[in-house]
Design a protein around this ligand. Structure first.
Ligand code: RIB
Length: 306
């Protein structure tokens, strides 16, 4: 079974759906609200488990009712939480998410317990967590020292290191971490932030990111699909055509399926192609985790379209 170690935040998502996103200073009425588990790390852990991975999740829960309920929810999803922390006296992190009827969103995050993790948390883990044959999937809603320690241990342990630089953090470059990353998966704005400038041509942007030292780049382009750039060249992968309800969590579905496919030994282009079916399903339902597909659903869409 594909072995995936996910490092990232566990949050509770407060989702508010409105006809459109409000402008700064404006109050809009008429929204609908729901609360659900979220956080890029948690979404990726759940998505990888549903996609067929054997998932170990390194994260922090608050010492509160929400933290206990999210922990139980993750366990029910089949995720190994042996090394996840409940931080005494801390609150579970929160994401406030506004989604307009066109599917666009705005997200603000209070990191809560995730923000209290330190590099020692990763350094004290046993070697058996970071072993060859597995994929390490890291997102950046935890302190950069934690992401750095995980990337260094994953690389040293012979894992395939996949980093989803969300939100973008230039310290990945400044701390010399890029050469330790096998696959970096930015969207266009994250890629621009990492390289210090926009580029109208996605290929040029992806090449510039790869120039920072990572082996391969998968530049995600939303409704335009993604672009895989590695030493073999650039391969565009079109997006699956679906009706978009809510894009929150689509990137997480993509990254998780990519990690599972890589752990199963598929090529980067094959993995990204399969993952684009996972992302397509994720945008067809509201919220992050409620929309994450099972392996059977991903396979079914992938087969219909090949
Ligand atoms: O990627 C989507 C996630 O980003 C949401 O679930 C929210 O928690 C934010 O962190």
């Amino acid at each position: 079974m594909a072995r995936i170690v996910v490092v990232g935040a566990s949050l509770t998502d407060m989702n508010l759906r409105l006809a459109r996103l409000p402008r700064p200073g404006e109050t809009l009425l008429g929204g609908t609200f729901f609360n659900a588990p979220g956080g890029k790390g948690a979404n990726q852990a759940v998505a990888a488990s549903r996609a067929g991975g054997q998932v170990t999740f390194l994260t922090a829960f608050g010492d509160d009712d929400i933290g206990r309920s999210i922990r139980a929810h993750d366990e029910a999803e089949g995720i190994d939480l042996r090394y996840a922390k409940t931080v005494s006296g801390a609150s579970t992190g929160v994401a406030l998410i506004l989604v307009g009827d066109d599917g666009e969103n705005l997200i603000g995050v209070a990191m809560g317990a995730n923000g209290l993790l330190t590099s020692e948390y990763i350094q004290q883990l046993p070697d058996e967590v970071f072993t060859p044959g597995g994929v390490l999937l890291v997102s950046l809603e935890v302190p950069i020292d934690v992401s750095e320690a995980a990337i260094r241990r994953g690389h040293a342990g012979g894992m395939v290191v996949v980093v989803n630089p969300a939100p973008a953090d230039s310290r990945l470059v400044e701390r010399g971490l890029m050469p330790l990353i096998d696959v970096l998966t930015p969207n266009e704005s994250e890629a621009a932030e990492l390289t210090g400038g926009d580029a109208s041509d996605p290929r040029e942007l992806a090449e510039r990111v790869r120039g920072l030292g990572t082996k391969s780049v998968v530049l995600t382009l939303g409704g335009q699909g993604c672009l895989v750039v590695n030493k073999a060249g650039a391969t565009p992968i079109p997006a699956r055509r679906v009706e978009v309800v809510d894009t929150v969590g689509a990137g997480d579905a993509f990254n998780a399926a990519l990690a599972v496919a890589l752990a199963e030994g598929r090529s980067l282009v094959e993995a990204a192609t399969w993952a684009s079916s996972a992302a397509a399903i994720a945008v067809t339902k509201p919220g992050a985790q409620g929309a994450l597909p099972t392996r059977a659903q991903i396979d079914s869409l992938a087969q219909q379209l090949t």
